[in-house]
Design a protein around this ligand. Structure first.
Ligand code: FES
Length: 110
């Protein structure tokens, strides 16, 4: 079973099982990690925003235009930001490292 590593807002790393075919968002939820995913993967929010470790970023499939549009709205966007619901686990991604950003738009007040 492939694994992946989530780095939380405090920098703590957690390695979890990452079944093939599940999205990073689904994997996060399966393990009770703090990644919202308000629209459940239908590309209608940016609350599943993750920051992909630079060494892994190029292995991901290119984001769709819809994903890029949504990412533009993400809080704390970085060069290696992606939407967690759009990264699907495959063999090549065994060991993938992603960080959970410190906030998302939905959490902002005002
Ligand atoms: S869960 Fe809404 S875009 Fe990923």
């Amino acid at each position: 079973m492939p694994k992946m590593i989530f780095v939380d807002q405090k920098g703590a790393r957690r390695e979890v099982d990452a079944p093939l075919g599940l999205s990073v968002l689904e994997i996060a939820h399966k393990h009770g990690l703090d990644l919202e995913g308000a629209c459940e993967g239908s590309l209608a929010c940016s609350t599943c925003h993750v920051v992909v470790d630079a060494g892994w970023f190029d292995l991901l499939t290119e984001p769709s235009e819809d994903e890029e549009d949504m990412l533009d709205l993400a809080f704390g966007l970085t060069r290696t930001s992606r939407l967690g619901c759009q990264i699907v686990m495959r063999e090549e991604l065994d060991g993938l490292v992603v960080a959970l950003p410190s906030g998302s738009r939905n959490n902002l007040k005002g």
